[in-house]
Design a protein around this ligand. Sequence first.
Ligand code: BYC
Ligand code: FE
Ligand code: FE
Length: 474
Amino acid sequence: MDVNYSEKIPNNVDLAGDRTLQRALEHWQPRFVDWWRSMGPEGALAHDVYLRTAVGVDREGWAQFGYVKMPDYRWGIFLTPVESGAVIGFGAHKGQPVWHDVPGEHRANLRRIIVTQGDTEPASVEQQRQLGNTCPSLYDLRNLYQINVEEGRHLWAMVYLLHRHFGRDGREEAEALLTRRSGDADNPRILGAFNEKTPDWLSFFMFTYFTDRDGKFQLCALAESGFEPLARTTQFMLTEEAHHIFVGESGVSRAIQRTCQAMNELKTDDPARLRAAGVIDLPTIQRYLNFHYSVTIDLFGADRSSNAATFYSSGLKGRYEETKRSDDHSLQDASYPLLTAVGGTLAEQQAPMLNALNEVLRDDFVKDSMGGVGRWNKVIEKAGLAQRLAVPHKAFNRRIGSFAELRVAPGGEVVSEAVWNARVDEWLPTASDRAFVASLMGRVVEPGRFASWIAPPAIGVNRQPVDFEYVRFN
Ligand code: BYC
Ligand code: FE
Ligand code: FE
């Protein structure tokens, strides 16, 4: 299944064989490009950017690299190949053939899942719109743009499903995906974290480390779906997601590396002296981590959710690595230990597993995200320093689920409103932290040069040197 690049919309879904669908998507395409021009990376329409473009769905050689102007990027529709004889792997329909079309009884829920997934993609591009103006290097600028065009492609992936499988309301939803705006008071994006700002590059790296990882886990759960066009679409999206998370992990790591270097040179951990030296002190990095981690784990939804139970039982959304698990994949009689807010404290309760599936996925995410934090700590350890970073307790700073009613310190102690207010500036980025980080954000665009607060990467993109001209300005 090669990609057909002679068509307006590159695809491996035989778009040409369905004229009505092709026309509908060709109608949506200019609206998407209009959205990109007004909400995509600011001031970057004419740049030539060294980008990878998906050219197939094979594990090896699925992408090709070259200079592209972003509005001309070939956003395409790619699904991994059909598996013959595939069956639904979980829930009430387990063992039945997968659905190639939307089952009527699950239409509303499927549409809701696809719209929620689709909404996050343009939201992230909107959140990152201004970052190009303060890039720490050409290498980083190129990675930002790479992520932006791929999030645009993820929007295409969901819009394809809406147009192909949901008729008129699908087309209306596809329009609405271009009209909601991140952070807009009247017409915001659907999920909380996608209405927050990504005002500086430390936020960007934390976002791509934590929030794109929510993307990975949600996409893994959807890749198990009994609705096979959704499963095959999300499987391919995961190929791109790995790079987004890499950009986040390595970005934070490089910031930490510079900070540690300055701590050793100046023999100090005094934030004021480190800031004066042009690096970001570790307590500030910890506060950014606390913020992005807590708003991201909200994205998994409420700890008890009848929606989650329905999505699973109806075969629409599975668990992370569903097929690797050895239970009965129906979970009717299973329970899960759930940490819950009860009467002003935290207590563990057994909950029906089906209703706790948002928490199950969140816990899988938590384990996975600690890995990178451990690798960040290795950077500090290698520098011979005693400080360590940590993820906060999962009840810290939550807005969704039972923890939302409590105030919880990063260590997990429930605290009063008064204590919270007195100490929140130690735990979450303050206005002055953000102002300081913003003050470091100069625009560095000379090939091979890096801003004061961040170390160069170990290697360049696609085996190019680190000082390669990743972006040419026009
Ligand atoms: N903010 O029963 P619950 C990505 C609402 S990221 C605001 O727990 P459910 C990416 C909820 O809608 C991956 N509202 O909900 C990353 C519900 O509202 P109603 C995105 C929230 O449905 C970086 C109510 O609270 N993909 O791809 O079980 C860059 C009750 O909650 C939030 C997906 O999320 C929130 N955080 O769980 C680019 C996959 N959480 O019905 C891209 C698809 C909950 O009472 N989505 N609510 O009005 C889903 O599977 C589910 O919708 C959720 C929520 C897991 C998100
Ligand atoms: Fe995405
Ligand atoms: Fe992503």
